[in-house]
Design a protein around this ligand. Structure first.
Ligand code: IPE
Ligand code: IPE
Ligand code: MG
Length: 264
């Protein structure tokens, strides 16, 4: 099946929303103003993705390493999350969006934790789109936590290796990330802001993700850009280590003698 035939409802897009600070600095504004513009862009994009019929959207909002930033900037970001949750929960309920916040919770304020619990339980039955927002998220920490959880809860399944161990591990990864119905692997990973790196985001889930980078800063990213990325994704040829159908036929028609390699 080519990518263009896969329904959008079965696709998982993950976005590293980067470039808020540079966007603001270039306009002579504070980094906080950039984050506010970024939160607005996220709100618009979520709505656009839902209207397109996307199945799963994961947004990287705050990494475990972002605590290294000045306290004022961290405070602004935390206030923005609370405001986002307060303002968006009702809209998510009415539009059928299920919201999950993935990442650590123990370093968040109790007010933010309560806001997260309230938003997740209010949107629990949403079936139009699964929106996952990564806050205080580190893929490496999540992998470590999941490995130790899986080793305790199902050591036999983990030791079995192969598909069974991967399933056990993926369930543990969902549980440690506070996402009890684990999302499918990422199909398309988008990073805005010009950098081309993963910055500790969804390292396990992106094993076969298609990567798409844009220099556009996050506050300027729109649903039209998402459509461009999805269009490029539809033209990619994903093989998951195998061959596509035509290559399979061609490869089986021309047997190559391994001994011919030795002959040089
Ligand atoms: C992304 O924008 C938002 C967060 C990381 C919280 P940045 O704040 O990283 O913006 P730049 O990369 O400095 O421009
Ligand atoms: C990644 O962006 C984290 C988020 C977008 C939330 P950063 O701006 O923190 O990443 P680096 O430091 O450029 O790798
Ligand atoms: Mg950045």
């Amino acid at each position: 099946m080519s990518q263009s035939e896969i329904p959008l409802a079965d696709i998982h897009v993950a976005i590293i929303m980067d470039g808020n600070g540079r966007w603001a600095t270039a306009r002579g504004r504070s980094r906080s103003a950039g984050h506010l513009a970024g939160a607005r862009a996220a709100r618009r994009l979520v709505e656009g993705a839902r209207e397109l019929g996307l199945g799963t959207l994961t947004l990287y909002a705050f990494s475990g390493d972002n605590w290294k930033r000045p306290p004022g900037e961290v405070g602004t970001l935390m206030r923005l999350f609370r405001r986002y949750l307060a303002a968006e929960t009702a809209r998510c309920v009415s539009t059928g969006i299920r919201l999950s916040i993935i990442g650590r919770r123990d370093r968040l304020s109790s007010q933010l934790r309560h806001a997260i619990d309230a938003a997740e339980s209010a949107t629990r039955d949403g079936d139009a789109m699964h929106l996952r927002v990564a806050v205080d998220y580190s893929a490496r920490d999540a992998i470590l936590a999941a490995a130790s959880r899986a080793a305790q809860s199902d050591p036999t399944g983990l030791a079995a290796g192969g598909a069974q161990a991967r399933e056990v591990f993926a369930a543990a990864l969902g549980a440690v990330s506070h996402d009890l119905t684990p999302a499918p692997d990422v199909d398309l990973l988008i990073r805005t802001g010009g950098e081309q790196r993963l910055s500790d985001f969804l390292l396990w889930e992106c094993a076969y993700a298609e990567l798409w980078f844009t220099s556009r800063a996050w506050p300027d990213f729109t649903t039209a850009d998402l459509l461009t990325a999805l269009g490029d994704f539809a033209r990619r040829n994903r093989r998951f280590g195998g061959l596509d159908a035509e290559e399979m036929v061609a490869a089986s028609a021309i047997p190559v003698r391994v001994s011919s390699l030795a002959a040089g």
